[in-house]
Design a protein around this ligand. Structure first.
Ligand code: AMP
Length: 281
């Protein structure tokens, strides 16, 4: 497994792979790898001859009061896990390498961002779209892999790919969960013991809603109310949002119909957790 930290080294390595006519799968991450990330790598390995993993905690996608400085990092462990998973090349640039100067050009996302996490994390998706534009141009993968845990991110990136004509296929990967249903996340380490125990209520509330919808419930307010009540009853967290929107357009709907997302975000003492299910009726 190759490890590179500069754009020039990366470009050289990518040229070598391209000359060999290898298909390239790309898995962008912020590191502190867990089974969710490893599943993206596994999927990328199935489809491609070469798998590139990027590890970069992107300051542009963190708000001023968010956890950029304290975001968990463990480069050595990440490299061990990536090697075991069969990654061919890790790109882990410094902030200065990706942004040698204050960026003069950034991607401004206008669609799909005034709801869910985009609403409570102003500028977040501009940061995501900007760094991905840079990474896509450096790596030029055939396919890029993203987790449905961050379903709004998948929707925004699909829009980015389509509007900027990136010749890249986006592959969404289902959310990987702990045994009790909690979506795996690098931020779960911020939960205290009690909160960790309570946090499984997020997914349970989504599953209960899924059952109700499968049994014919179509009233959005009713579904949202039930999910809110269950989270409030079973956790000490503060609900940021419970939303039902069309997917991937992320538009409001009058009743549950077609393809949609039910998404939640809950703030615990030191971690804000998100989860969602997408369904079609
Ligand atoms: P992050 O390092 O948190 O930015 O995540 C990098 C990629 O891994 C993103 O595409 C995430 O959606 C994906 N990911 C994170 N957690 C999970 C999970 N539990 N299951 C599937 N994919 C995940």
């Amino acid at each position: 497994m190759k490890k590179v930290e500069t754009k020039n080294e990366l470009i050289n390595e990518m040229m070598r792979f391209k000359q060999q006519n290898k298909s390239i799968g790309f898995v962008p991450t912020m590191g502190f790898l867990h089974e969710g990330h490893l599943t993206l790598i596994e999927e990328a390995k199935k489809d491609n001859q070469i798998v590139i993993l990027s590890i970069f905690v992107n300051p542009l996608q963190f708000g001023p009061t968010e956890d950029f400085d304290s975001y968990p990092r463990d480069k050595k462990r990440d490299e061990e896990l990536a090697l075991k998973a069969g990654v061919d090349l890790i790109f882990s640039p410094s902030v200065e390498e990706m942004y040698p100067t204050e960026p003069s050009y950034t991607v401004n996302v206008r669609d799909r961002v005034n709801v869910l996490c985009g609403k409570s994390r102003e500028g977040h998706f501009n940061g995501v779209a900007t760094v991905l534009t840079k990474l896509f141009n450096l790596i030029r993968p055939n396919k890029a892999y993203f987790g449905m845990k961050d379903a709004q991110q998948v929707a925004v990136i699909e829009g980015l790919i389509s509007e900027f004509h990136f010749p890249i296929e986006i592959v969404p990967v289902a959310t990987i969960r702990e045994e009790d249903g909690l979506a795996k996340s690098s931020r779960n380490v911020y939960l205290n013991e009690l909160e960790r125990h309570q946090a499984s209520a997020l997914y349970r509330s989504l599953l209960k809603a899924r059952d109700d919808i499968n049994n014919g419930e179509r009233n959005i307010d009713q579904i949202k109310k039930q999910v809110q009540q269950m989270i409030m009853k079973e956790t000490t967290g503060k609900i940021d949002y419970v939303e039902v929107l069309s997917y991937p357009e992320l538009k409001e709907m009058k009743v549950i119909k077609g393809k949609f997302i039910l998404a939640v975000a809950v703030k615990f003492t030191n971690a804000r957790l998100i989860d969602n299910i997408t369904m079609e009726v």
